[in-house]
Design a protein around this ligand. Structure first.
Ligand SMILES: Cc1cc2nc3c(=O)[nH]c(=O)nc-3n(C[C@H](O)[C@H](O)[C@H](O)COP(=O)(O)OP(=O)(O)OC[C@H]3O[C@@H](n4cnc5c(N)ncnc54)[C@H](O)[C@@H]3O)c2cc1C
Length: 507
């Protein structure tokens, strides 16, 4: 039976996958595409995470799409509104008609002879069973995010089974968890912990943030007053674009300042925390990290909500180490015991490349960790594959938009050249850095070996800089010598040509 075939197959219907659909429809209107999504609805991260208070930790003026203004008054937005924004975009542009839900992709195999991918997925059936589904496509665009969906990261805690209360991971939040009046201990000090704590503290008896070491925490207004003011008299798209530019500029400035003058930025952040918590609070112990600002992601809290919860004694911070779990809670190395009814392990994610899909090129299994990243988008030696990975120091969508635009330009160039295959070819460049460099967060360190590496110079570098990426992905020539354009041999009656992999390189 003939397999269904598409020009482009997009993996994932999250923020990036819907953005990719939009770009393809606009810039490559003649291309057929399909989105395969393992879950039963749109939204990815913003559908999966359901813990109390779930919200963005960057502003939606930069995390929204370049082509669709964010019109809610809150720039630091609740997760539900983000999910609606993604779903509305899909519905309004008719992208939702191209999504196949409950399809989990397992393998993708490239054939140079056919110049296409064979994608093997399993579809979940209404009765709980599964059936295999196989499709083919010319180009594979991974919008599968960067972490494993099935389960989050949780270290082995000694004697965790002794604890008599509930242990909950934010990635699998039980819908019916009742924490009103309860004593809650949240293990962790990252973005999830600082989001959860003020939200739970509104009704919980008390919430304790238990951290091994502190994180930089910065308060930002929940509403962008300049944007909300501009919207009163400018068309929505103008106000959005101007405010987006302002915020990208500001974020880039702060990041560069932190990299070049870390002590200055550190002092500024700690002074602000002191202003929020008052002179008697032990900021040195609980809010002064061992690392420099922006060598891990800064944690943002809207309108100082975490500090307000601490000031009103609804929440507190303990900086210590876990000796063991007990029946009643957690015994710390200092000898203190934290009693709890609920323990939340806000201990992070497990990073995963390409949605856990196994890749094969002409029968050979590909190890992305042994390859180089081309412009942070493609993988050396792997034809017709691009994947979206956003910024670690700015909003994800800024880069997702640039990558999707780049892929469309590439597809159009291939059409103009009349070629079917494009492959980044590493002509002697060595791996000199990890895909994400100068970033010490645990979830990145645990996984970075399995991600492609960076070379020493462009186009083998992965920038964490929107303005550089505009030049690299939008304004630079596509035909840069590192991409090889080719086609499989045409069916020929000449016996000398039959069966041979005749490459038509036009690079
Ligand atoms: C709690 C949390 C908060 C965050 N907050 C911010 C923020 O404020 N700002 C910011 O810029 N970034 C933030 N991020 C990063 C965030 O993931 C991105 O902003 C954005 O949601 C990524 O979109 P995506 O579509 O690329 O990936 P995802 O949202 O992860 O979506 C990927 C989709 O691919 C599907 N998929 C994966 N593998 C397969 C497969 N094998 N087969 C089929 N389908 C598959 C998934 O089911 C999912 O729907 C946050 C991340 C988390 C976890």
């Amino acid at each position: 039976m003939a397999r269904e075939h598409f020009d482009v197959l997009i993996i994932g219907a999250g923020l990036s996958g819907i953005g990719a659909g939009y770009h393809l429809q606009k810039l490559c209107p003649n291309k057929s595409y399909v989105i395969l999504e393992q879950r039963k609805q749109i939204g990815g991260t913003w559908d999966l995470f359901r813990y109390p208070g779930i919200r963005s930790d960057s502003d939606m003026l930069t995390m929204g799409y370049s082509f669709r203004p964010w019109t809610h008054p809150r720039a630091i937005s609740p997760g539900d509104d983000i999910r609606d924004y993604i779903a509305d975009t899909a519905r309004d542009a008719g992208i939702d008609r191209n999504i196949r839900f409950l399809h989990k992709i397992k393998t993708a195999s490239w054939s140079s002879q056919q110049a296409n991918w064979t994608v093997a997925a399993v579809r979940k059936l209404p009765d709980g069973g599964e059936e295999p589904v196989t499709l083919t496509c010319n180009f594979l665009l991974s919008c599968a995010g960067y972490y494993r969906y099935s389960v989050g990261y949780s270290p082995e805690f000694p004697d965790a089974s002794r604890f008599q209360g509930h242990i909950v991971h934010p990635q699998a939040w039980p819908e019916d968890l009742d924490y009103a009046g309860k004593r809650v201990v949240v293990i962790g000090s990252g973005a999830t912990a600082v989001t959860l704590i003020p939200a739970m503290a509104r009704t919980a008896g008390h919430v304790t943030m238990l951290q091994r070491s502190p994180t930089y925490i910065v308060s930002m207004p929940e509403q962008d007053r300049i944007y909300n003011w501009l919207r009163r008299f400018l068309p929505a798209m103008w106000a959005y674009r101007l405010s987006r530019l302002k915020n990208v500029g500001y974020m880039t400035y702060v990041y560069q300042l932190a990299r070049h003058y870390p002590n200055f930025v550190k002092k500024g952040i700690l002074n602000k925390v002191r202003e929020h918590l008052g002179p008697d609070y032990d900021v040195e112990t609980h809010f002064n990290p061992r690392y420099n600002p922006w060598t891990q992601r800064l944690c943002l809290v809207p309108d100082a909500d975490l500090f307000e919860a601490i000031k009103s004694n609804r929440a507190s911070v303990v900086t210590d180490q876990i000796e063991t779990f007990t029946e009643k809670g957690i015994l710390l190395k200092s000898g203190k015991e934290l009693e709890a009814d609920i323990i939340v392990t806000a201990t992070g994610l497990i990073m995963q490349i390409l949605g856990g899909i196994e890749l094969f090129v002409d029968g050979q299994r590909i190890d992305p960790g042994a390859s180089l990243a081309y412009k942070g988008v493609m993988i050396s030696g792997v034809p017709n594959l691009a994947s979206v990975f956003g910024y670690i120091n700015a909003s994800w969508t800024l880069k997702a938009d640039l990558i999707c635009n780049y892929v469309c330009r590439l597809l159009n160039l291939m059409d103009r050249k009349d070629v079917r295959q494009v492959t980044p070819k590493n002509g002697g460049e060595s791996a000199v850095a990890n895909f994400v460099e100068n970033f010490s967060s645990g979830y990145v360190q645990r996984a970075v070996a399995t991600w492609p590496k960076q070379g020493s110079k462009s186009p083998w570098r992965v920038y964490q800089n929107y303005f550089r990426d505009i030049v690299s992905l939008k304004w630079s020539s596509l035909d840069d010598g590192a991409l090889e354009f080719s086609s499989p041999p045409k069916a020929s009656t000449d016996p000398a040509l039959a069966g041979g992999p005749l490459k038509k390189s036009v690079a």
